[in-house]
Design a protein around this ligand. Structure first.
Ligand code: MN
Length: 493
């Protein structure tokens, strides 16, 4: 997968011939200056490439055909410096397969009091032209992001940057490959789903490989390779165990899984504690260290959470403040709406969410019947975050996102041998959990301190799936009404 810093966003500026060649030259000069300004500001994760001043249907169709085919192009940014009649955009936009940002700005920040005349007005009329352009997007029901404001402002560029990351998540999503080292945990419903529909909608390829095949990779790992991985562990983590053999076995599994994933160009994987035939331990530290490199992971065969984690890690690439598989585990009910969720998993929480340097510990596992696995133990960091869960409603996918405030765990919990994160969902645990359960959200989710609800909403819109957001303003009666209306709406799509 191409790196985010190497992708391009094509800047297509709309106009028409009505204003004469001189005006079009000025429009082009302004557009070039803006593209240079965007790239020089250093706020955007990808590169803006000025393409053309579009004045004909043929030119628009050509640039969109090119954008569709160009592997580096992650999306288009349109802006109407002048008025560009939108019927001439229909043929091109009808073929667009890349994410689409409509930037509503103008070249000059303010109206020049003395200098303004009708020539100036005719050249600087985005307020007018972008409304014509907005109509055709609405009329064609195109998924698109509209960003409004002065192009040099940090707030505008920050919004563009967020969308660029989403667009990169769309590009990555089309190719996400998940290796399943197990089927779903027996009889569990929420981790199931339609893999064909998922591949049609998102592009995710999700296929099973026998655990025995992975075991042949484990058998091939050498002691020298394990020594090198142990050195990496010692650099990143604090050894808090005498059971070196257990840690070495995790290193062995990690190297084997990594070899398998690299060879098959996978973005993530799933396994299941009850399906480890030929393996001595459940991968804990091994999985954690792999997810820290960007792999998505799902336990108990949960391929949807693995693929979602992979996509969210792509969106956060290069500035991830923490994105991890999470599970709502147990509650701390306190008064005054301050109740907290304790999130954890059997072992596999990604150390990107750790507040401090993680410790490697070895403890027996209550289930699965295997040897005591080494794992990373840490507390999660405090801060604003989201939890996201993708479920199959039968006929459509639904992405549920909950805004949360993570806190430093309020209890030391010295006998809890796993990574843990504590958070308060907004507006409070009682309302948020009620909404989450009404909407059918899973026990597994992806917790992210980097990916925002806005990015996930935009991603869901482009992917043409339902998006449900639990916020500080969530009101259960309205929430239920919206789910009912969405259920009806989605039946007709
Ligand atoms: Mn689980």
């Amino acid at each position: 997968m191409i790196a985010l810093k190497d992708v391009e966003f094509w800047f297509i500026v709309g106009s028409q011939y009505l204003y004469g060649a001189e005006a079009l030259e000025q429009v082009a000069a302004h557009a070039e200056k803006m593209a240079d300004g965007f790239n020089a500001a250093g706020r955007l994760p990808g590169r803006v490439v000025y393409k053309l001043v579009a004045t004909t249907s043929d030119a628009i169709e050509q640039v969109i055909d090119d954008a569709n085919h160009d592997k580096k192009c992650a999306g288009i940014i349109t802006w109407m410096h002048t008025f560009s009649p939108s019927k001439m955009w229909i043929r091109g936009l009808g073929k667009l397969q890349k994410p689409y940002l409509h930037l509503h700005t103008q070249f000059n920040r303010e109206i020049p009091n003395e200098a303004i005349d009708m020539d100036f007005m005719n050249l600087n009329q985005s307020a007018h032209g972008d409304r014509e352009h907005g109509f055709i997007g609405a009329r064609m029901r195109l998924p698109r992001k509209v960003v409004v404001g002065y192009w040099e402002d940090a707030a505008v560029q920050k919004k563009m940057a967020g969308w660029m990351r989403t667009a990169y998540g769309v590009l990555a999503s089309r190719k996400v490959k998940i290796a399943r080292f197990s089927d779903n945990m027996r009889d569990v419903a929420v981790t199931e789903g339609d893999k064909v529909e998922t591949q049609i909608k998102f592009g995710w390829s999700v296929n099973t490989y026998p655990v025995g095949e992975l075991v042949t990779y484990i058998d091939k790992v050498t002691e020298t390779e394990i020594d090198a991985r142990m050195k990496e562990y010692e650099k990143k983590y604090t050894m808090h165990t005498d059971d070196v053999d257990s840690v070495r076995y995790q290193a062995k599994m990690e190297i084997a899984m990594e070899n398998f994933l690299v060879q098959g160009e996978f973005d993530g994987f799933v396994n299941h504690f009850d399906d480890l035939y030929g393996m001595e331990q459940l991968p804990g530290l091994a999985t954690q260290n792999l997810t820290a490199q960007g792999y998505g992971f799902g336990p108990e065969g949960d391929w949807k959470v693995a693929a979602l984690a992979s996509v969210m890690k792509y969106i956060a690439q290069g500035e991830d403040k923490g994105t991890a598989l999470m599970e709502d585990y147990t509650y701390n009910f306190t008064a005054h709406g301050e109740s907290l969720i304790l999130g954890a998993h059997m072992l596999e929480v990604c150390p990107s969410v750790a507040a401090d340097r993680p410790r490697i510990e070895v403890h027996p596992l209550g289930i699965g019947g295997k040897a005591a696995p080494a794992r990373l133990v840490f507390e999660g960091k405090a801060g604003s975050a989201v939890t996201a869960s993708l479920i199959d409603m039968g006929g459509r996918m639904r992405l549920i996102v909950s805004d949360v405030e993570a806190v430093k765990p309020i209890l030391p919990m010295p006998n809890l041998p796993v990574a843990r994160v504590m958070w308060k969902p907004l507006p409070n645990l009682e309302t948020a959990a009620e909404a989450w359960i009404i909407a059918g959200g899973a026990h597994h989710s992806v917790l992210s301190y980097s990916v925002t609800a806005e990015q996930l909403a935009d991603w869901a819109e482009i992917m043409d799936i339902e998006f449900v957001h639990i916020t500080r303003d969530t009101d259960i009666a309205k929430f239920k009404q919206n789910l009912l209306l969405a259920d009806i709406a989605w039946k007709f799509r």
